[in-house]
Design a protein around this ligand. Structure first.
Ligand SMILES: [Zn+2]
Length: 276
């Protein structure tokens, strides 16, 4: 499942190929994703419009066109985006395509259809922070994410730090894989209650959240050097995780076997010597 770094890499890969291009045709498989594909609204708000910006908020890609309308794409579990010459036939699970004025088709392929597409008029798009993203916490790489913010947010709570970090109202876009990696890097046990963390521990969490996510983005950016040659693999790249899915393997710091426990129903990996 793509997490924030993967979505950011896709965003950076799309940006140079989409910005300044006009959307001249929209095609749809007729199948819905996790939610209905708002095809009529797409025709109304983004067809024949020029893309002015490609951005990311949480795990959503946000394509803005010249009337201020926005197309939001969530890749779900299996969503992939790629550019194809118009004459290349669509394949199974291609659910949406946007034809650009350079005859390249941006195609969304999603075999499990857990992805989602939303479209907002210019007026609606201007209010997304108060509506669609109202309950979404700050970006982990943005300025609103700080130790003091987390201390305030955790006040009165007793839940495990890992569950807290994976809650979208706490911070945007951190899923199970990166929550494990961040807590390993910050040397904090995933099951530790947020009520027991010192200010220094919170500062380490913020620092390592940024480092771990940025390293993954940099790794992905170098893997997908040219989106146009990506053979429908766009967005997926190999990051070498230090603890995630490594039960029984030696801790990269001390050599003790990595342990696995379930926290909030999610697989959690840690080193009992390095993480307190
Ligand atoms: Zn260790």
């Amino acid at each position: 499942m793509p997490e924030l770094p993967e979505v950011e890499v896709v965003c950076q890969g799309l940006r140079p190929h989409l910005t300044g291009r006009k959307i001249v045709q929209i095609r749809h498989s007729g199948m819905d994703l996790r939610t209905r594909i708002p095809i009529a609204e797409m025709f109304r708000h983004i067809l024949s419009r020029t893309v002015v910006d490609v951005a990311r908020r949480a795990k959503y890609l946000i394509i803005t066109v010249d009337n201020g309308a926005r197309l939001l794409i969530h890749l779900g579990m299996t969503g992939r985006l790629g550019f194809f010459p118009f004459e290349v036939p669509a394949v199974r699970h291609d659910h949406l395509s946007l034809l650009l004025d350079n005859d390249l088709d941006l195609r969304l392929n999603d075999s499990r259809r857990f992805g989602a597409i939303h479209v907002f008029s210019g007026e609606e798009a201007a209010a997304l922070d108060q509506t669609f993203f109202k309950a979404t916490g700050p970006e982990p790489l943005g300025e609103g994410f700080s130790a003091q913010y987390l201390i305030d947010k955790a006040a009165g709570k007793k839940q495990p730090i890992k569950t807290f970090l994976m809650t979208t109202t706490t911070v945007a876009g951190i899923g199970n894989i990166y929550a494990n990696e961040i807590l390993f890097a910050a040397r904090i046990r995933p099951a530790r209650s947020v009520a027991t963390l010192s200010p220094a521990a919170w500062r380490r969490i913020v620092q390592h959240t940024r480092l771990v996510l940025q390293q993954a983005i940099d790794c992905g950016g170098s893997t997908i050097s040219d989106f146009l040659n990506a053979e429908r693999k766009s967005g997926y790249f190999q990051v070498h995780f230090k603890v995630y899915d490594r039960q029984g393997e030696p801790c990269p710091t001390c050599g003790r076997p990595i342990e696995k426990v379930q926290i909030g129903g999610r697989a959690s990996y840690f080193c009992s010597k390095c993480q307190k």
